[in-house]
Design a protein around this ligand. Structure first.
Ligand code: CMC
Length: 370
């Protein structure tokens, strides 16, 4: 499959984007193939912020969900339901409609994720504020309440922006391929992105940073760290240190380096370095960076190790981690979906299968079946 979208990210060192850019610039890069100039940047930001609110009717959709539902269940349902609000986006051959759908999705995903959070808490929804930056507005919608002012901490906003940049796109991962396959039939983009969210939800994909927190909770106390390190090294034990190692990055993942610095900044800023779970995380990091087993195998902490800790320190519940990932990955999904529709050789997807069953069956009437 020929593609450009994810290659733009690869062509830049992700660390240079993370250091110098912001999430909306990265969205522009993926959608248009280049970073915006000053004028384009302003126009793009304005275009996206014009779409941050949801149709008021969507609020009623939330009322149909249980308060204890997993946020990803709400995301799958609500994003899929947007196809009922934007039938114009079903004209997938129209480049302008595709771009409008892309802006709508980038703009509305943080609103939906924040609403899923507020719904689980039983707090009123907080409307977007278009005078705030993308990550700032996301934090505002997540944490503000109507009864008192809420000021977004700029260090936390920058950390959230970094998490979004570093999760924006990653070649043909399972959820991106799912979006492409769903879109190959010409389906409405909101329905396709909902399929991608469903795929991302699984623990083998978007759930790695959630798994890091589960592991830290399982370790539970400082004294038990050596026991878990030994388990991770034991070939007869399936346990692995979650948040360590990477299939592609066999040297230190440049994204993780940036995430590590940000993680330490966030912990200092919030004064939570001594929180037991985070202390365990910092000790694990120290051991892994020194221990011969991990060093020899290049098993460095990966981006999900740090993003899980940052999100936890910010006060984002574990169940919402994958929803934050979905907010970030939406730009990767929609730009690859859009690119697919510009390809004149694009056809409906049809993965091949190898059938290994019997070549012939006789129909047996019901009363004669064993
Ligand atoms: N803890 C302990 N040992 C490990 C770990 C780990 N987390 N990861 C790999 N190893 C060992 C493995 O046992 C093997 O040892 P040996 O050579 O003695 O047999 C060696 O390191 C190489 O492992 P591998 O399985 O061949 O490495 P891989 O590239 O196939 O796996 C991985 C990469 C990410 C699946 C794996 O490192 C892992 O399971 N990590 C934990 C889960 C995790 O953090 N996942 C998030 C990845 S980042 C997501 C993203 O960027 O999108």
């Amino acid at each position: 499959m020929a593609m450009q979208a994810s290659c733009f990210i690869a062509a830049f060192r992700s660390s240079s984007l993370a250091e110098h850019s912001d999430f909306l610039e990265v969205c522009h890069l993926l959608l248009y193939g280049d970073l915006p100039n000053a004028q384009e940047k302003l126009a793009f930001e304005k275009g996206v912020t014009n779409h941050t609110m949801l149709h008021e009717q969507v609020n009623f959709l939330f009322r149909g969900f249980r308060r204890d539902a997993h946020p990803m269940a709400l995301m799958v349902g609500v994003v899929g339901a947007l196809s009922a609000f934007y039938p114009d986006s079903s004209d997938v051959e129209d480049a302008q409609q595709r771009m409008i759908a892309s802006y709508r999705l980038i703009a509305k995903m943080p609103t939906i994720a924040a609403m899923a959070h507020k719904w689980s808490l039983g707090q009123p929804f907080v409307y977007p504020r278009n005078d705030l930056g993308y990550a700032e507005n996301f934090l505002h919608m997540m944490f503000a309440v109507p009864c008192e002012p809420y000021h977004v901490n700029p260090i936390l906003a920058r950390a959230m922006d970094l998490i979004l940049i570093l999760h924006a796109d990653h070649e043909q991962n399972a959820s991106t391929s799912t979006v492409r396959l769903a879109g190959s039939s010409g389906a409405n983009p909101f329905a396709c992105i909902s399929a991608g969210i469903a795929c991302l939800w699984g623990p083998a994909h978007g759930g790695a940073n959630e798994a890091v927190l589960e592991m830290l909770e399982e370790i539970d106390s400082f004294d038990r760290i050596p026991e878990f390190i030994e388990r991770a090294k034991d070939k007869d034990d399936p346990f692995r240190l979650m948040g360590f190692g990477h299939r592609v990055y066999k040297n230190y993942d440049p994204r993780a380096k940036i995430m590590r610095e940000t993680c330490h900044q966030v912990l200092d800023e919030l004064g939570v370095r001594d929180e037991p779970l985070l202390k365990i995380a910092m000790e694990l990091e120290k051991i892994a960076l020194d221990d011969a087993y991990f060093v020899e195998r290049s098993l460095y902490p990966n981006v999900d190790f740090y993003s899980g800790i940052i999100l936890r320190a910010m006060g984002i519940p574990r169940g919402l981690f994958t929803a934050v990932f979905a907010v970030a990955r939406t730009i990767g999904w929609i730009s690859q979906w859009s690119e697919m529709h510009t390809d004149p050789s694009q056809k409906i997807g049809r993965p091949r299968q190898v059938y290994t069953g019997a070549t012939q069956y006789e129909y047996v009437p019901l009363d004669q079946r064993s």
